[in-house]
Design a protein around this ligand. Structure first.
Ligand SMILES: Nc1nc2c(ncn2[C@@H]2O[C@H](COP(=O)(O)OP(=O)(O)OP(=O)(O)O)[C@@H](O)[C@H]2O)c(=O)[nH]1
Ligand SMILES: [Mg+2]
Length: 81
């Protein structure tokens, strides 16, 4: 199932949504976000805290929260979930 089908299924009416990227540190979360946005992925550093990137995908606005996977950020993640 593609990203657009998943989005359509979850929220048929809402055009803006928040996507939380979670996973272990060094697992490739930031790389995925950058790739989705067509950005360079040749130099990537561990995410400190979190970064928010807004991507317009067809008629949807996706606010992607890319959360650092290091154990120091587990408390932060619990707050965001
Ligand atoms: N071989 C390979 N390396 C990858 C892939 N995706 C990401 N990487 C590399 O893995 C490393 C970590 O990628 P990140 O995107 O920073 O991982 P992250 O999950 O955001 O890490 P944190 O921010 O620490 O939580 C980087 O050096 C990437 O270039 C992949 O599909 N294959
Ligand atoms: Mg990262």
């Amino acid at each position: 199932m593609g990203l657009l089908s998943i989005i359509r299924k979850i929220k048929k009416k809402e055009k803006e949504m928040r996507i939380l990227m979670v996973g272990l540190d060094n697992s490739g979360k930031t790389t995925i976000v950058l790739k989705m946005n067509g950005e360079d992925t040749s130099v990537i550093s561990p995410t400190l805290g979190f970064n928010i990137k807004t991507i317009i995908y067809q008629k949807y606005t996706l606010n992607i929260w890319d959360v650092g996977g290091q154990k120091d950020y587990k408390i932060l993640l619990e707050e965001l979930l």
